[in-house]
Design a protein around this ligand. Structure first.
Ligand SMILES: C[S@@+](CC[C@H](N)C(=O)[O-])C[C@H]1O[C@@H](n2cnc3c(N)ncnc32)[C@H](O)[C@@H]1O
Length: 273
């Protein structure tokens, strides 16, 4: 069991280092999620674990804690209407002769989201010289390692159509069937650790598309508002922001204009240059 005092101390650290706001109902979840870390450290009392976290000069234990508490559910082509619109816009850009396209998957988890963007872009820009790249970031080093490997089980490639699977994945049997994304797709993506609760980010804009999906639900309004202001700063004038289906930006949109449910355009005001 965890006392309210100990829970609040964990809560503060998690909030300070990631912006993730744990509600009171998440006590049991926290205990469950940190158990593996405690076993590794051969600790049975959660108070001792807290002490290690609070005195962690290297930051390594805090990273392990954040790895343990973050929820990483994702899938290829999750919320397909986002990818339909992305494809439409990429085709328009190609037809208009745009030479450079930049995309950011800002809470990329195990990589299915940025690889989905890359598969669409590859199909649209094949046989062109368009310079397109994707930045994929997450706070969890653990998921970033999986993302960089780009190897998925049969269950996890659900959502990738047969043609793409055939063209862009290498099938292997190592105990069970696995699919590895091809190097020409991997090469388009740069993976980095980035804490979305700590802007400004050292990124080079302007970005044409930002996928910030299913992560703002873990933040409070203050963190969300700062993040959205930073995304707005980094987006190109006609750039597009995609958010998760449960992430209403009501009251926070400010400089964004909703163009479809969960899809926003950067809004320009007449007094802006
Ligand atoms: C539910 S997954 C969403 C994955 C993907 N965007 C999607 O919609 O399928 C949430 C991701 O947000 C990441 N995350 C949580 N807090 C974060 C923060 N402060 N900065 C960056 N990433 C964060 C988690 O590590 C996790 O991988």
């Amino acid at each position: 069991m965890i006392s309210p005092k100990v829970f609040n101390r964990f809560r503060k650290i998690i909030y300070d280092y990631s912006g993730i706001a744990l509600s009171n109902e998440k006590k049991e979840l926290l205990c469950m999620r940190v158990r593996k870390n405690m076993n590794r450290l051969e600790i049975t009392d959660i108070k001792d674990y807290l002490e290690i976290i609070e005195t962690d000069a290297s930051g390594a234990h805090i990273i392990d804690l954040l790895d343990a508490i973050s929820t990483n559910v994702t899938s290829f082509f999750r919320e397909p209407h986002h990818f339909d619109l992305l494809k439409e816009r990429l085709i328009e850009m190609r037809e208009a002769g745009v030479g450079r396209v930049r995309m950011w998957s800002c809470a990329c988890s195990t990589g299915e989201e940025p690889y989905s963007l890359a598969l669409i872009a590859q199909e649209v820009f094949e046989k062109t010289l368009v310079d397109w790249k994707i930045l994929a970031t997450d706070i969890s080093t653990k998921v970033l390692r999986t993302a960089q490997d780009g190897v998925y089980s049969e269950k996890n490639i659900n959502g990738v159509n047969f043609e793409m699977l055939d063209k862009y994945f290498k099938r292997s049997i190592n105990g069970s069937v696995h699919y590895e994304i091809s190097d020409r797709i991997k090469q388009r993506i740069v993976f980095r650790r980035c804490n979305l609760a700590d802007p400004p980010f050292p990124l080079n804009g302007p970005l044409d598309f930002v996928f910030c999906r299913n992560v703002m639900i873990y933040f409070d309004d203050a963190v969300r508002a700062k993040l959205l202001a930073e995304i707005n700063r980094l987006l190109a004038d006609d750039g597009i922001l995609f958010v998760g289906h449960a992430e209403s930006l009501t009251g926070l949109v400010g400089k964004f204009k909703c163009i479809k449910p969960t899809i926003y355009n950067k809004q320009r005001f007449s007094n802006e240059k």
